[in-house]
Design a protein around this ligand. Structure first.
Ligand SMILES: *Cc1c(COP(=O)(O)O)cnc(C)c1O
Length: 389
């Protein structure tokens, strides 16, 4: 049957700001500066203000934002970068693209984010080559290339920041850097600091389905460090020096389109209101569903932007089926943790290496989440779950 509810309702949002979007797009068509036009710089300034970060470097996608961050830190073969296996492939993929090695660390069941206790165990295990302390990439792989712990990518899964007070402290202790994968958390906060400003470098995505999305691919890197910001701006445009025909390092073609910047400028204006609406929807879901399924937990001092509202249930298959029969779409993020993906079979991780991630893959699913869900829709969705639990 047709969906009664949209999983993410971009249509309702577009209707709300259509005349303004049209005006912005027309302005770009008339000035014709499709690459690095004035809207790109206007957006960067507004994003810096919104986040409270000194520098915003917009770019072509969240994946490029992560890649540029790792390139700015000079990551390459022989380097280990710690991250979780319960994330979108892009997080680990960028590490691998640079010839470095992702070393996976399991998540906390409560937050779906990296477990800082296990992070330190993993670093110690790697430093001592002691697999009894923590699962590591396969022995055969490691003997070819002994790994040095260099960095950590914390992932703010479903819009909830990871525990950066602990992650940053551990990084400092071992002289490592931290990149915040804030692809899902633009608009969230931790102890009154915005997500995208919780580590040395942060990377976000403006993919249409993210909390703040454009009408294509887009992303941004944030930092408070002047040196890194310069380097990131150079990497974004083919490692440019004075201009793009003066190349001082290896970079990428990583620019954000002017048209996407124009669209984001209008979406950013309504974003604070949309954050409130997202929180309202999440609160309603949790009120109706607590005690029936395992609802998301937001620790004290944290706020989520609810990129996804994800619940755990032993009865997932049946609940998804009942919801679908009633025109309610759901999704599973993520059906297979990264250490079990074919692409990462070369790391020789095994089943049960990361039991919390594996448990979540088998029991999690996400409900429709967007600022335009009505009380009636929320009531209908939660009623179906109640009646079938
Ligand atoms: C979406 C996402 C990315 C990649 O962003 P793109 O803009 O799609 O390249 C990276 N990490 C996480 C956690 C994501 O959800």
């Amino acid at each position: 049957m047709n969906n009664l509810v949209q999983f993410i309702d971009l249509e309702a949002q577009q209707k709300r700001i259509y005349p303004q979007l049209e005006q912005r797009i027309k302005a770009v068509l008339s000035h014709g500066k499709y690459i690095m036009g004035p809207e790109v710089f206007e957006l960067e300034q507004q994003l810096s203000e919104f986040i409270g970060a000194k520098h915003t470097i917009t770019c072509a996608s969240g994946t490029d934002a992560l890649l540029m961050g790792l390139m700015a830190k000079g990551i390459g073969p022989g380097d280990a970068v710690f991250t979780t296996p319960f994330t979108f492939i892009a997080t680990a993929e960028t590490i691998t693209l640079l010839g470095a090695t992702p070393v996976f660390v399991d998540i906390e069941l409560e937050t779906f984010n990296m477990d800082p206790v296990k992070l330190e165990q993993a670093i110690e295990a790697l430093l001592n080559m002691d697999r009894s302390k923590h699962p590591l990439p396969g022995a055969e792989y490691m003997s070819i290339s002994p790994l040095k712990p260099k960095g950590i990518i914390g992932v703010d899964l479903f819009g909830l920041p990871a525990n950066y007070s602990k992650i940053n402290r551990i990084a400092q202790k071992y002289n490592m850097f931290v990149i915040e994968d804030a692809a899902q958390s633009f608009g969230a906060s931790l102890d009154n600091h915005r997500a995208c400003n919780l580590a040395e470098i942060s990377a976000t995505s403006f993919f249409p389905a993210k909390p703040l999305g454009c009408y294509g691919d887009g992303g941004a890197v944030f930092t408070n460090d002047d040196y890194l910001a310069d380097k990131l701006r150079s990497i974004r445009i083919h490692g440019k020096g004075n201009d793009k025909y003066d190349n001082v390092r290896i970079g990428i073609n990583g620019r954000l389109d002017t048209l996407q910047a124009a669209i984001l400028l209008e979406k950013l204006r309504i974003f604070p209101d949309e954050i409130d609406q997202r929180n309202y929807v999440a609160q309603m879901y949790s009120e109706h569903l607590s005690g029936i399924v395992k609802t998301p937990f937001t620790p004290k001092g944290y706020s989520s932007v609810w990129a996804q509202y994800s619940i755990l249930s032993e009865n997932r298959g049946n609940l998804q089926k009942r919801l679908e029969e009633n025109g309610i779409p759901t999704a599973i993020y993520y059906p297979k943790p990264l250490h079990l993906q074919t692409a990462y079979s070369f790391l020789k991780y095994e089943n049960e290496d990361f039991p919390v991630s594996e448990y979540c893959s088998n029991h999690i699913f996400s409900l429709p989440m967007h600022p335009y869900l009505t009380d009636d829709q929320i009531f209908k969705i939660t009623k179906i779950i109640k009646n079938n639990s």
